[in-house]
Design a protein around this ligand. Sequence first.
Ligand SMILES: Cc1ncc(COP(=O)(O)O)c(C=O)c1O
Length: 483
Amino acid sequence: MSSVKFYKSEEQVPMEMHKVRVVQKLYLLPVEERLKRIKEAGNNTFLLQNKDVFMDMITDSGVNAMSDNQVAAMSIADDSYAGSETFNRLIKAIEEVFGTKYFLPTHQGRACENILAETFVKPGMFTIMNFHFTTTKAHITRMGGSVIEMVTPEGIEPQNDVPFKGNFDIPRLKQTIKELGAKNIAFVRIEAGTNLIGGQPVSLQNMLEVAEICKENGILSVLDASLLQDNLYFMKTREAMCKDMSIKDIMHKLASVMDIVYFSARKLSFARGGAIISNNEELILKMKGFIPLYEGFLTYGGMEVRSMEAMAVGLMETLDMEYISQGPQFIQYLVDELDKYGVPMIKPAGGLGAHVNAGEILPHIPHDQSPAAALATAIYIAGGVRGMERGTLSEQRNPDGTEKFAELELVRLAVPRRVFTLSQIKYCADRVKWVYDNRDLIGGLKWEDEPSVLRFFFGRLQPIGDWQEKLAAKYRADFGDSL
Ligand SMILES: Cc1ncc(COP(=O)(O)O)c(C=O)c1O
């Protein structure tokens, strides 16, 4: 993908190295309808119906486009409760791509986290990670453990363009291990492509150092490889030590130094499902019993066999730089367009999606009025584009019930891989720019119904005042009869 140069270099755009052979019709509702739909959805973009959404940018999870080879492989799935050939093909693909011996199948990424937490986290124990992910933290705290974050300070500076903002702060990690004592640390978790701080990558060098520190201290090292695909692209394009390594070399190296690797196949491998893999039989045996208990038999783990076939092929496609470049290059394009328009963005562009800095755009809305969720509703009203809040609303409250204000208030515009065309990405940038120019009209939100666990998924909110009506009226005035 990246090696195609345009004759007129000023017109260079990212170019897809695939063609579209199956399409899905999209509908763009008039702005008045969009206003109604977001209200019906309790101002939570998760509660919108897909039929009411023009560009679904809420996530990259389970919505990536499959290749012809994935679809073809699905048709030869071997459906049996135990011992299916599909499982054998999948484990072979995992061996090839990661070089690991053992594999426990799960229905998706958070199921791996549930099993890891049940097996290794005891009340009062700590888990250290570059940054938490929502479901990871929920499983760890449910077991009575706590999470300590150790990303380098630059990681949470929105405009700091160091290339690996997801890196661990190594001196702090060493110091914290000394202070807490290795026996009180359930595991150290490296999250590739750090989700909550803008899809920012971790360098190979940093991952190797963390694994080494864990080894020296007898602490379990765990890699969450759910967002590894984009992270691999950044390692290859930004890190000197990866220049002469193939994608497979990098994946093998990582899997050889980590005690456990797990991932959501809804992300890594353009499929559905999840996996825990390792070279350590003893660790696998500790977790194995939970698979039939929570997931399904050991040769399907809650996955549908057709998904397992898609996963096997998708993992092999992860080794193809032309496939894995598409996501990060489209994200880069979207971030660059918005940056040109003056919209505050998380930079440099990461993986997973473009991250709009709602905190900076809406300084007049305090954390407890959900600025990022308010901006996400405004973007839906303006363009039928469904992003998601990544800020205080996505946090858990503190044990005493007070709000834990997020370091960053972001709206994530995920770019599912191989799904959108460049004109759609341009449209998205255009509507976000309009929202930005009308930011003074945007007000806050307040809770109407707040669930106690993972509230961002299904909580309902109300606007404070009639700012959404004013925004929709301004849109109509500016755009005339355009949808
Ligand atoms: C880094 C990371 N880990 C784990 C998960 C959980 O995976 P799943 O959605 O398949 O449960 C996600 C999902 O977004 C993720 O981004």
